[in-house]
Design a protein around this ligand. Sequence first.
Ligand SMILES: Cc1cc2nc3c(=O)[nH]c(=O)nc-3n(C[C@H](O)[C@H](O)[C@H](O)COP(=O)(O)O)c2cc1C
Length: 217
Amino acid sequence: MGSIQPEFKNAATTTLFELVKARRTYYGLKGESPVSDDVIERIVQESVLHVPSSFNTQTSRVVLLLKEEHQKVWDIAINIMEGLVAAGHVSQEMFDKSTKPKLSAFRAAYGTVLFFVDYESLATIKEKFAIYADKFDPFALESNAMSQYLVWTALESEGFGANLQHYSPLIDEQVAKTWGIPASWKLDAQLVFGVPNSEPAEKAFAPIEDRFKVFGK
Ligand SMILES: Cc1cc2nc3c(=O)[nH]c(=O)nc-3n(C[C@H](O)[C@H](O)[C@H](O)COP(=O)(O)O)c2cc1C
């Protein structure tokens, strides 16, 4: 973008987009935090509280895991993957060279946010608005993704690096058992965070002209 950008009226909008641009995927993370656990908790709570949901159904559920509790998720994933190797579903070479180092890197971080959707809580509204019945589940997932994005961006604003993972359904049962998760909470994503010890990868952008149109300007 070589052209001069128009100014925002509100300086906070500039800040907002600075944070949006600064949010990246960080894989190299240390088990340290630049802020108190209370600050992390506030980020997660405020995100879950204020992110919108269709018909204000508030379907997102979130579990914040720190330190040893965070390490348990990745021990669960490692154990399950080891089981898949033993059963012949994953090669030992693949596990040793790729899977184990990746999962160990997640384990070395400071925390993981588990994002769930409570689809069962939508039963009543699906009956009430039957015409939208098939839309509520995707809407709930979209709302959950908004929370993921906000927590990711806010954690990085506070000095963390983070990456978003999807080990569901592999880890679902063990996760539910370990933290007593209600049966109606369906795990969607895991956001791993810690103090970054490496830079994000180069990122290429497709031309915005191919992805955006404006009419009536
Ligand atoms: C919906 C969604 C799902 C993703 N799933 C994964 C994932 O399972 N594992 C992973 O390592 N990264 C995952 N990512 C991260 C993307 O690969 C990454 O955001 C993308 O390459 C752009 O890089 P950036 O985050 O540094 O801007 C996901 C991102 C999004 C938005």
